[in-house]
Design a protein around this ligand. Structure first.
Ligand code: GDP
Ligand code: MG
Length: 283
């Protein structure tokens, strides 16, 4: 019998979520939600192996202490938590023992779903620290998203936590169209890597045009920010930064930057960028 279900990953910025997701999904990426606007949650990737299909969701911003999430963003993130079959709470092992998820995410009560606490960056701690962490959190798993240590074992455990049932997405649907969303996430991530902390939540990304009938593929992507000053930062002197972002993300990207003033306060814009609104009747 096959298994299929949802793994939601939650963790503070810098815990290593993207690195871990890349490792989990990697080339196993089969399909990613084509239109984040129309899906309930933020699917970041789907990993299909012989008899297991793992749909991975993320919870953007939920654990960022410095940023007050827009209601809609928080609703989306909480939904991803409650929809999960298993939650991965990813923490940086080089920081101290993480506070429980409910506290970190300011939840009224602990999630009902099973939470697997995963301590990442185990390659960067000393054996004695590992022992200490293990004593404090006997059930935590140790991994290194960077080297891959512990990741296969984690995947086995996560798979076992998924319900038995048929795959939820066709396993061979490796079409380019669903890659749209993946592309926009990739561009956003790449941009974030190159920017300081002030910008991240003002940044949204949208794939405007996607021509797959030609080689090389043509993808026009627009990064949206909220203010002119942010646009200048993103473009950089002489367009240097935006070129670098485009180059790092993918060679064939045609990348633009636009200002959409205060989009984080606009319900329409939030919907457009894939956030689910609190009072959405279709929710
Ligand atoms: P995110 O903000 O949670 O998505 O974290 P990232 O995946 O962007 O990682 C943040 C930083 O930690 C990056 O510099 C990564 O290279 C680094 N990192 C991620 N995983 C590991 C790991 O297992 N070991 C070490 N040493 N560094 C890691
Ligand atoms: Mg990340």
């Amino acid at each position: 019998m096959s298994r299929a279900g949802i793994v939601t990953v939650v963790g503070k910025p810098n815990a290593g979520k993207s690195t871990l997701l890349n490792r989990i999904i990697g080339e196993k990426l089969a399909i990613v939600s084509e239109k984040p606007q129309s899906t309930r949650d933020r699917v970041v990737g789907i990993r299909t192996t012989d008899d297991v299909q793992m749909i991975v969701l993320d919870t953007p911003g939920l654990l960022n202490p410095r940023y007050e999430l827009h209601r809609a963003m928080r609703t989306t993130a909480l939904r991803a938590l409650s929809d999960a079959d298993v939650i991965v709470y990813l923490a940086d092992a080089t920081e101290r023992v993480p506070v429980p998820l409910a506290e970190a995410a300011d939840l009224a009560s602990p999630p009902r779903t099973r939470v697997v606490t995963v301590l990442n960056k185990v390659d960067a701690i000393r054996p004695v620290e590992r022992v200490e962490l293990h004593e404090a959190l006997p059930d935590a798993r140790f991994v290194s998203a960077l080297t891959g240590e512990g990741v296969d074992e984690l995947l086995v455990e996560l798979a076992a936590a998924l319900p038995e049932g048929p795959f939820l997405y066709p396993e061979d649907e490796i079409s380019t169209a669903p890659v749209r969303f993946f592309v926009s996430e990739l561009v956003r991530e790449t941009a974030l890597e190159q920017l300081d902390e002030e910008l991240p939540y003002s940044l949204a990304c949208e794939v405007e045009e996607f021509r797959e009938g030609q080689t090389p593929l043509y993808i026009r992507t627009v990064l949206y920010v909220e203010r002119e000053s942010q646009k200048r930062i993103l473009i950089g002197a002489g367009g240097q930064r935006i070129r670098e972002i485009g180059r790092t993300a993918r060679g064939y990207l045609d990348l633009w930057v636009k200002v959409l003033p205060n989009w984080r306060k606009s319900d329409r814009a939030l919907r457009r960028f894939g956030y689910r609104l609190h009072d959405d009747p279709s929710a």
